[in-house]
Design a binder for this molecule. Structure first.
Ligand code: SF4
Length: 396
């Protein structure tokens, strides 16, 4: 397979990379979704898995992935979507095996699979563990069936409770749960009911995403017709503050704007995105960052399968980023972490006065209590995490 027109002057990096595999199929289309996903049909499963394995097998031979540009070592795999758990555990194992055959695993490995509550049972979770998966992320979104219905989720709260129990019974001791806050029609009371219900299950990790209207999602047109259904900004802020307070009381540490975990249970894979590290992406619409190159695969499933079949080019875009762009990206992602960004490290990595750049660009916000700079580390305050876009948009 050709990955054409790739410049060859990329730096090495000694940190093991993260590998993302995209599974673009779902049981149904959620109203708030703008991701690349297609309605799942079992007859497409094996063909897609074969295609991704072929992409992985040929990656090391391509100029973009040549060994001189980054170490072949990896220590995280994240299989996301879409809904990876519409696939049989045996196919998830084949994808993991392909990565482990072509790249060098570095222990301890973190291998995460996203789970829809209406898919796996205990036996399938056991097979997933046998395949090496040691972390799962379950999309609960809400424990209120009316809200789940209005989101057009394919599951009910009872499905989520069962899938969580099955995963625990199968031995998973690193479970993350996703929750959506501020979906149209949701109230602070109903949201807190969902949050508390999830906390009671004692997961190791909780991600709380504040609802945003995504362009192209079904809810976008619903909101255009009925603005009244949108949750008020003050209620959104109350929800976010309640999440931070409640989860702190329950022993969770916030380590990123939307992510909370029991001590030591951060998502190591996602930390790579927020920490300016190399990551590879495989599958339709996947993207990656290799050295100074950002690439993304074709978005259309038929085009992807056709290109793989014909040994054609599956990369839709491949751009060499200049140091300023990479620095700005590193700030946008790094400021999401509670620990913030070390400006000395940025100076060293990007060879220009990042410290001065940051102070100038944020000068008019310095009394707004959105961020602090201490010991050369800039980080958002709790108010800054609530209003993060004000700071992050300065780096766009
Ligand atoms: S399960 Fe995820 S990817 Fe699939 S439609 Fe819903 S939000 Fe989108």
């Amino acid at each position: 397979m050709q990955k054409s027109n790739i410049p060859r002057n990329l730096p090495d990096d000694s940190v093991p990379v993260g590998v993302y595999i995209h599974i673009p199929f779902c049981l149904s289309r959620c109203n708030y979704c703008a991701f690349v996903s297609y309605t799942f049909s079992p007859k497409m499963e094996d063909g897609y898995v074969e295609a991704v394995i072929k992409e992985i097998n040929s990656a090391c031979m391509s100029p973009l992935f040549s060994e001189s540009r980054f170490p072949k070592a990896f220590d995280t795999i994240y299989i996301g979507g879409g809904t990876p758990s519409v696939f049989k555990p045996g196919n998830i194992k084949r994808l993991i095996d392909a990565i482990e055959t072509n790249f060098q695993p570095v222990n301890p490995l973190e291998i995460t699979v996203e789970i829809n509550p209406r898919t796996y049972s205990e036996a399938e979770f056991q097979r997933l563990r046998e395949a090496g998966v040691n972390r799962i992320s379950i999309g609960a979104q809400s424990l209120n069936d009316q809200e789940l219905g209005s989101m057009n989720r394919s599951h009910k709260s009872s499905n989520f409770l069962k899938v969580f129990e099955d995963a625990r019974s199968a031995g998973f001791d690193n479970i993350s749960v996703d929750l959506l806050a501020g979906y149209p029609g949701q109230t602070l009371k109903s949201f807190l009911h969902s949050l508390k219900g999830i906390v009671e299950l004692d997961p190791e990790h909780i991600s709380v995403y504040m609802f945003e209207v995504k362009s192209g999602s079904s809810i976008e047109s619903i909101i255009k017709m009925n603005q009244n259904c949108v949750v008020d900004d003050d209620v959104m802020a109350d929800m976010y503050e309640a999440v931070c307070a409640e989860l702190s009381l329950e022993g969770f540490e916030q380590y990123e704007i939307s992510n909370f975990c029991k001590p030591g249970m951060e998502s190591r894979h996602n930390l790579k995105y927020w920490s300016d590290q190399i990551f590879l992406g495989f599958g339709v619409a996947a993207h990656g960052m290799v050295g100074t190159m950002r690439y993304s695969n074709v978005v259309d499933l038929d085009n992807y399968l056709e290109a793989i079949h014909c040994n054609g080019n599956i990369i839709e875009s491949c751009v060499e980023l200049d140091p300023l762009t990479r620095f700005k990206d590193a700030m946008i992602m790094g400021l999401r972490k509670n620990q913030g960004v070390n400006l000395s490290d940025m100076n060293f990595r990007y060879s220009f006065d990042c410290r001065r750049f940051v102070k100038e660009i944020l000068n008019d916000l310095k009394d707004a209590e959105l961020f602090v700079i201490e010991n050369d580390v800039i980080r958002l305050t709790s108010r800054g995490r609530l209003l993060s876009n004000i700071v992050l948009s300065r780096f766009v």
